[in-house]
Design a protein around this ligand. Structure first.
Ligand SMILES: [Zn+2]
Length: 270
């Protein structure tokens, strides 16, 4: 009888905890595109782009059309972020039309991306008040609060050779309802890039990182030491690697990883 009482009390206790704890949901869209969703806020990162490279995944046109028209739940997107201007992360027409149709949304991106947006989207003047450029100097950061969400903009080098590496590329550290989500765009992940940010002290819950930067053992050590995320979401996985990626990541020795392969899959962060 006594045990039964404890059981009822425990169930009651955990039910109350569940009611008050805020779960964050991350929905995979395509490539490095995700939707972060809390009870009160929805944030899109690197999700509005069209087919740019055959080897990378993209959302179906039907879904892009719904986002562009801000229909269904996309009508309540609060913040749209782009890490840089490359066509597998950002499309000025999709973002522009979304902002025209969703009058509440704010767009944040590096200055270079915003300038391209301005040159390429004919109705830019209608949305300009909701477009925020932020380009901290290399290896520096800038803290911005949009709609009660704290966003730290972290300026990283873009990985790869010229002309790719010249792009103004940033990462975003988003603090939302007690959770911290890091999205690194196409950042070059090395000690030089990471050391100034002390991300290991930020208590990052989820780091969304590009597959091809997760590389060998040495790269794993750098990520574990200088980012120290509780969980890694592996993004930007080329289509032809979808089958082998899980084994590759496992063989390097990463733990607590989730591979962003299945479009529209939602993961709850507790
Ligand atoms: Zn890029």
């Amino acid at each position: 009888m006594k045990n039964k009482g404890y059981l009822i009390l425990s169930i009651l206790f955990f039910s109350i905890i569940n009611i008050f704890s805020q779960n964050i949901k991350i929905k995979y869209l395509a490539n490095e595109g995700v939707l972060i969703k809390s009870k009160s806020t929805q944030i899109l990162i690197d999700a509005l782009f069209k087919k740019e490279f055959d080897f990378l995944d993209v959302l179906p046109n039907s879904e892009l059309d719904i986002i562009e028209k801000a229909k269904a739940s996309y009508g309540s997107i609060d913040i749209v972020l782009a890490t840089h201007l490359h066509g597998d992360h950002f499309n000025p027409h999709l973002v522009g039309n979304h902002l025209l149709n969703n009058k509440e949304a704010i767009f944040l991106a590096p200055e270079e991306t915003v300038n391209y947006f301005k040159d390429d989207f004919k109705d830019f003047n209608q949305i300009v008040s909701r477009v925020k450029p932020s380009t901290p100097n290399l290896f520096k950061s800038q803290a911005i609060t949009i709609k009660n969400v704290e966003i730290k903009v972290l300026r990283f080098e873009h990985f790869g050779d010229s002309p790719w590496k010249e792009a103004e590329n940033v990462g975003y550290l988003i603090s939302i309802e007690g959770k911290k989500i890091l999205h690194l765009g196409d950042s070059k992940i090395n000690i030089e890039n990471l050391k100034n940010f002390n991300l290991q002290n930020e208590n990052v819950d989820v780091a969304i990182l590009p597959y091809w930067q997760l590389g060998a053992d040495q790269q794993k050590d750098i990520i574990e030491k200088h980012i120290k995320p509780k969980q890694i979401f592996v993004a930007h996985i080329p289509i032809e690697d979808h089958i082998k990626a899980r084994d590759v990541i496992k063989s390097i020795g990463y733990k607590n990883t989730f591979l962003l392969i299945d479009k529209f899959k939602t993961i709850t962060i507790k």
